[in-house]
Design a protein around this ligand. Structure first.
Ligand code: FES
Length: 226
């Protein structure tokens, strides 16, 4: 039976950077759009998750993932939280809406304009993120269909721009320091650290992020640029 390392075509001693690089390569190869299949794609994703979260190979425990590097998930951990007990109110806006209204990501009154524009709930609204819960998971629990691929910090499909407040990522192997300074975060592993947060989602086609995307794991909405 193939181990997760066999599936990713890496040595069990591979370091984290090599694991991520191998995963990015294998997930592309396995994607149905690139000659793979849905089953193979899921197999590669599962292998990557196993390696990230720890995997016992015979006598050797290779659970090398530091707990701090794990995506935070309320369903996995009942430990005390430092975050607000009632969760964080995250106001969201779909990046596609900006072009339609000639708004800019850097507009200081971006969310005021969004609130007054009568947008539908998929384009603009609020989601409450429970303590120790990642934004993407909270958005999905609220019925949203935001972009993602790996769900493990290895691509930019789930990227959001934080325009107010902040969110913390337990690890970052993908985004440049400039992107981080600009407020870009990966919603699949990011947890709000302020009482209120405002984010623009669906930004994965921005320059610099587009190159970091992986084949999507979900049906995507049709965009004029696609
Ligand atoms: S979905 Fe790949 S980093 Fe979030």
């Amino acid at each position: 039976m193939d181990t997760p390392f066999d599936i990713l075509h890496i040595d069990p001693d591979a370091d984290e950077a090599d694991v991520i690089e191998a995963y990015r390569q294998r997930v592309k190869e396995a994607h149905p759009d690139h000659g793979g299949s849905a089953d193979e794609f899921q197999r590669v994703r599962a292998a990557y998750e196993e390696i990230r979260t720890g995997y016992s190979l015979g006598e050797r425990d290779i659970a090398r993932t530091d707990e701090r590097d794990r995506p935070t998930d309320a369903s996995e951990d009942d430990a005390e939280s430092d975050a607000e007990p009632d969760g964080t109110r995250v106001e969201y806006l779909d990046y596609d809406v900006l072009a339609e209204h000639s708004w800019e990501l850097t507009d200081e009154d971006l969310f005021e304009k969004a609130a007054a524009a009568g947008l539908d709930a998929e384009s603009y609204g609020t989601v409450v993120v429970e303590p120790r819960t990642c934004l993407l998971k909270a958005a999905e629990a609220d019925g949203h269909n935001w972009p993602y691929a790996c769900r493990g910090g290895a691509c930019a499909n789930c990227a959001v721009a934080v325009v107010e407040g902040d969110m913390e990522m337990p690890a970052n192997h993908i985004l440049s320091s400039e992107m981080m300074d600009f407020g870009i975060r990966l919603s699949c592993i990011s947890v709000p650290t302020t009482d209120e947060v405002k984010v623009v989602y669906n930004i994965e086609h921005l320059p610099g992020l587009d190159e970091l995307r992986l084949p999507s794991q979900q049906a995507r909405r049709v965009r004029p640029s696609d």
